[in-house]
Design a protein around this ligand. Structure first.
Ligand code: GDP
Ligand code: GDP
Length: 440
């Protein structure tokens, strides 16, 4: 059963346009029934690595403002009731109308999480126009332009954060289940060479799996610790040999695809060139996807001034990748094999942290200490009262914080909590998710 998202709002705010945007190319209308729920569309989509069902409701259409409440209860309520999340769309150009406010008011009383979207914000005044939507009291509006595609990435993030947790996978308990590993990095960083070096250590390669095309041969092997490893999306690595040109883009795209499937990613960085913008971008993507990350600082054999190279790397990490502070770096040479033996233990370690759960009692002792040290600031002049924290899931570690107006916690306080969490529980370089659950 897929989590269901309802897209809701007045006529002409851009619901259908947004729906198409979210569903993307994979549009598959499975339900287009006329009648009471006039032209309600439904499609499956993949958002933030999750398969979801999206409903484009027409519930608020045709309802004149004066009867909006009655109408809304009749049709939209049903859609909201069966949804796990509501995307409430307002038109930032037109501004808030009485029916937006009435509907927002009603939504606030529901228990379903709401992601507020201010649409039509392209152009210079766009961001400004979105501000008004704050008045709805439904949290930060996401400014998008459904038509132009602006802000859709942020919307994906917000949706993913507010979806109910995935059912806990039993897979974790199965010792025979291979760790899903991705080797990512820009072209020529040494990914293929590294893969060969890893496989060379242990020659227990299984596969190719029957039924798969040659391009997506699955590579599975046993690492020296005896654990199984499966490389995800080898297509990106294999294609390389055949299509030498036009690789720049593809290889990054392959990295991004692999990130969605893996549990831990090895980011291969060319130590001769140092960590550049592209590498940082991949690291941030890996963090955003919530993957365990290990940095392989490759071509170490050819680096002349190792101290300088390492220092420079640390500087870049410190300055530009604060959320991954303490990420494990393994300096190695994929070509000579030196240092390669350190890599899989580091991957296992990152994987273990990524799977870690903190018992609720321990978590709340930490949480209370954090709040006592720095109480949360006011939000719009009102007190934010944080009550308790739980860890609903690992993979990646996810902390849920409950309290009055918790969802209004400013960014720097969120960061304070996340960094504090990583520090207190010794999880350097681990992506941590923070879910804020307001109760009123
Ligand atoms: P719905 O009735 O809420 O489903 O709205 P539609 O998706 O049919 O869009 C209503 C109108 O708004 C159409 O003319 C769209 O082209 C326009 N529209 C949708 N999104 C945007 C946007 O991001 N910017 C602008 N300027 N217009 C948009
Ligand atoms: P990919 O595009 O990331 O798969 O990179 P490749 O594995 O094809 O490597 C790109 C180039 O870097 C090749 O010429 C490799 O021989 C070279 N290379 C890879 N690893 C090392 C290394 O550890 N040391 C040195 N000196 N060169 C390396």
């Amino acid at each position: 059963m897929l989590p269901t998202i309802a897209v809701i709002g007045r006529p002409n705010v851009g619901k259908s346009t947004l729906f198409n945007r979210l569903v993307g190319r994979k549009i598959a209308i499975v339900d287009d029934q006329p009648g009471v729920t006039r032209d309600r569309k439904e499609a499956e989509a993949r958002i933030g690595g999750r398969d979801v069902r999206i409903l484009d409701t027409a519930g608020l259409e045709e309802a004149p403002p004066e009867t909006i409440q009655g109408r809304m209860r009749a049709s939209s309520e049903a859609a909201v009731r069966e949804s796990d999340l509501v995307v409430f769309v307002v038109d930032a150009r037109a501004g808030l109308t009485p029916s937006d406010r009435a509907f927002g008011e009603w939504l606030r009383r529901q228990t379903v999480p709401v992601v507020l979207v201010a649409n039509k914000t392209e152009g210079r005044q766009g961001g400004y126009a979105a501000m008004e939507a704050y008045e709805l009291g439904l949290g930060d509006p996401i400014a998008v332009s459904a038509e132009h595609g602006d802000g859709i990435g942020e919307l994906h993030d917000a949706i993913r954060e507010n979806l109910p947790e995935e059912p806990e996978e039993d897979e974790r308990e199965d010792p025979d289940r291979p760790l899903r590993l991705a080797i990512i990095g820009r072209p020529n960083a040494g990914k293929s060479t590294l893969l060969n070096a890893l496989l060379g250590e242990e020659r227990m390669i299984t596969g190719p799996e029957p039924g798969l095309t040659r391009d997506s041969v699955s590579v599975e092997w046993t690492d020296p610790s005896g654990g199984k490893v499966r490389l995800v999306d080898t297509a990106g690595l294999r294609k390389k040999a055949r299509i030498e040109k036009a690789l720049e883009k593809m290889s990054t795209a392959a990295s991004i695809a692999a990130l969605k499937e893996c549990e831990v990613a090895i980011l291969v960085v060319d130590a001769l060139l140092g960590m550049d913008e592209q590498d940082l971008r991949l690291a941030r993507l890996a963090e955003r996807e919530g993957r365990g990350i290990v940095l392989a600082f490759n071509k170490w054999d050819a680096v002349e001034d190792r101290i300088a190279a390492r220092r420079k790397l640390d500087d870049v990490l410190m300055a530009s990748l604060a959320q991954l502070r303490g990420i494990t770096v393994v300096a190695l040479s994929a070509q000579t094999g030196r240092g390669v033996d350190k890599l899989m233990p580091a991957v296992r370690q990152a994987y273990a942290l990524w799977n870690r759960r903190i018992p609720t009692g321990e978590l709340n002792r930490w949480f209370e200490a954090m709040i006592a040290k720095h109480p949360p600031p006011l939000a719009e002049g009102r007190r934010i009262k944080l009550r308790y924290a739980t860890m609903p899931k690992a993979r990646p570690p996810t902390v849920a914080v409950f309290g009055t107006r918790a969802e209004q916690l400013p960014e720097d306080y969120r960061r304070y909590l996340m960094n504090g969490f990583r520090e207190a529980f010794d999880m350097p370089g681990v992506p941590v998710r923070l879910n804020l659950r307001g109760t009123s």
